[in-house]
Design a protein around this ligand. Structure first.
Ligand SMILES: [Zn+2]
Ligand SMILES: [Zn+2]
Length: 86
């Protein structure tokens, strides 16, 4: 059986995929940290935090397109929650 060690905490990873460097826990942590770093970088540069390449609207964190998509997603989410209740 192939075993790798997590580069962050040293936990053994059994049958790792080729690109795997971290255990499942650390992968989540690393992804979270990266996401937060990206978020603040984009916000600071007044870029859309969703797509990362459009300019964000004044005082907003999303560009026009992503703001619209987020709105639709929120609506769908609310609708699905409502349906689940019934
Ligand atoms: Zn780990
Ligand atoms: Zn965007």
């Amino acid at each position: 059986m192939k075993v790798k060690l997590c580069k962050r905490c040293g936990t053994k990873i059994f049958n790792p995929a080729n690109a795997t460097k971290y255990c499942a826990n650390c992968r989540q942590e690393v992804a979270k940290v990266r996401y937060i770093e990206r978020y603040y970088w984009l916000k600071e540069h007044r870029m859309c935090v969703e797509c990362g390449h459009e300019r964000a609207k004044q005082g907003k964190i999303h560009c026009k397109k992503c703001a619209e998509e987020a709105r639709v997603r929120a609506t769908v989410y609310k609708f699905e929650k409502l349906q689940a209740k019934q």
